[in-house]
Design a protein around this ligand. Structure first.
Ligand SMILES: [Zn+2]
Length: 246
């Protein structure tokens, strides 16, 4: 294939733009903030479950406490009633004995119930503290996620602006390259890890970094300027420049 040496040189500009675009794409998809955000999302999902469990525990204990307090009230009222009857007098001896017995039993029952209320209140305090600690952890993770999301958005905006500029530059450069040479460049670039054209610099292929020698070097020296050279090692398009050392 033959092509104007100026068009061959433009291939190096095209390659520079393509390499920059590849790097921008890579940077966009590997921003450290993306991992931070994903990690925070996983953590928040797990924390949400924990928060629901802790809040359910608090409301269960509240309900149990109300029930116990109602029981305490009931026992107290019954005991008050018994005491009033005894104080009112005119209670037959057998009934008085049974009332006294009941008052004692009720007192024990009330004391047990009050112990249970205290125990519940203690457990509720612990559950409250757990729920509060989880709430604080949610806030901390959410705030870290917000910071990372803001940094990600700023990086995206910067990368997208650079990508738009490089894409426009690439389109302008591609217009200077003849269709057949451009097609060859694209084909080689797809097959050779994103690098289709490399400069021949001091007799070295900048694509695979191998130095030209022997017949290949002699062929490069004698080739007319418009001949499109290929590296025999990596098959990339070799572009001659004033620094090629031929
Ligand atoms: Zn090479």
């Amino acid at each position: 294939m033959n092509a104007d040496p100026a068009a061959q040189l433009r291939l190096l500009d095209l390659q520079a733009a393509d390499t920059a675009l590849t790097q921008l794409r890579h940077r966009r998809s590997t921003l450290p903030e993306l991992a931070t955000i994903s990690h925070a999302d996983t953590r928040l999902a797990a924390l949400t479950d924990d928060v629901v469990r802790a809040e359910t525990e608090v409301s269960d204990l509240d309900r149990d406490q109300r029930r116990l307090e109602a029981d305490v009230d009931q026992v107290r009222q019954r005991s008050d009633r018994d005491e009033q009857r005894m104080r009112a007098g005119a209670v037959p001896a057998r009934e008085l004995e049974s009332l006294q017995h009941e008052v004692q039993t009720l007192a024990r029952r009330q004391s047990d119930l009050e112990d249970s209320v205290l125990d519940l209140m203690e457990r509720r305090e612990e559950a409250d503290a757990r729920a509060a600690a989880l709430g604080a952890e949610v806030e901390r993770v959410r705030s870290g996620r917000d910071t990372a999301a803001a940094a990600r958005d700023a990086a995206f905006a910067e990368i997208d602006a650079a990508t738009a500029a490089r894409t426009a530059e690439r389109a302008a450069t591609a217009r200077d390259v003849p269709a057949d040479l451009l097609a060859l460049y694209e084909k080689v670039r797809a097959a050779a890890g994103g690098v289709g054209a490399a400069a021949l610099h001091k007799r070295r292929c900048e694509g695979c970094h191998l130095e030209l020698a022997g017949t290949e070097l002699r062929a490069a020296r004698t080739a007319p300027p418009e001949a499109v050279l290929r590296c025999e090692n990596c098959r990339r398009i070799l572009v001659r420049t004033p620094d090629s050392g031929l």
